[in-house]
Design a binder for this molecule. Structure first.
Ligand code: B1M
Length: 211
């Protein structure tokens, strides 16, 4: 008989096929789907996050773990109603205008979702006005911007200015990240936070949501 620990280990090891069989066994045994999510799948991602942060796991392995978690979620989502999983908060995330890099952004999204956030992925090459429209439409708690190019990082500045001009700045927290971004740059452009990797970005959001 599969255990919740087996599911966590599967997520950690990125065992995509095995996780489906294990989760199905637990469902068939009558284990509460929310328990399988929290104490199996998310528990596994909670082990992954610090290992990634400390450099003991690398990007491809983290992607495999996140994919494994999502495979398990696919079986469980139909069994629960929306209200059963309380969201920690809503975040919209996009890579700024002119920039097509999305691996780091996607990693961040997987981490945020696995840690209980509702995420709206705007995609890549997102113009200032598209961030503004998304804030109006989705009313997020946090806006996240990613940039990998020194030629596009100033788009974060113009996006913040546009959000301010539209009177939306006070309603949201803004976090930024990406290879060329620094804490100093974040302060210069008036972002609320910067983090150098996906794990610390989730921790940053946790702090913002409880502040
Ligand atoms: Co490009 N690229 N690239 N590239 N690329 C870099 C960024 C570069 C540093 C390579 C180099 O020259 N050494 C360089 C930028 C130089 C600079 O600006 N100073 C560069 C260049 C020049 C270019 C092109 C201009 C090349 C060309 O066409 N002449 C071109 C630009 C295209 C465009 O965007 N308009 C280009 C294209 C591409 C590919 C399409 C081939 C591909 C992107 C594929 C994709 O993303 N789907 C690509 C790749 C893969 C890279 C490198 C090799 C790897 C980036 C990556 O995915 N890293 C990169 C070199 C490098 O960074 N060492 C490079 C893995 C990823 C997990 O890390 O994205 O840093 P990263 O995300 C981290 C953190 O930064 C942070 O958390 C993530 C995980 O911990 N983070 C956030 C990221 N976003 C965050 C947001 C947050 C918080 C944290 O809050 C919201």
């Amino acid at each position: 008989m599969a255990t919740l620990n087996d599911v966590s280990q599967c997520v950690l090891d990125g065992e995509l096929d095995e996780v489906k069989a294990l989760v199905q066994q637990l469902i068939d045994a009558g284990i509460d789907p929310i328990t399988i999510i929290n104490d199996g799948l998310i528990a596994g991602m909670n082990i992954v996050a610090p290992l990634f942060k400390s450099g003991e796991m690398f990007v491809p392995e983290v992607m495999e773990s996140a994919d494994t978690m999502n495979e398990g979620m696919k079986l469980l989502k139909p069994l629960i109603t929306d209200g059963d999983i309380p969201s920690k908060g809503k975040i919209i995330i996009g890579t700024v205008n002119g920039d097509l890099h999305d691996i780091g952004k996607n990693l961040l999204i997987m981490m945020m979702e696995s840690r209980g956030y509702t995420v709206v992925d705007l995609g890549v090459d997102i113009k200032e006005e598209a961030f503004v429209a998304a804030v109006k439409e989705h009313k997020p708690d946090i806006v996240g911007m990613s940039s990998l190019l020194t030629t596009t990082m100033m788009k974060m500045d113009s996006t913040i200015k546009q959000l301010t001009k539209e009177g939306l700045r006070d309603q949201i927290k803004i976090i930024i990240g990406g290879a060329p971004i620094t804490q100093e740059f974040a302060e210069d452009i008036g972002a609320d936070g910067y983090s150098e990797d996906a794990s610390t970005a989730v921790e940053l959001c946790d702090r913002m949501m409880t502040a």
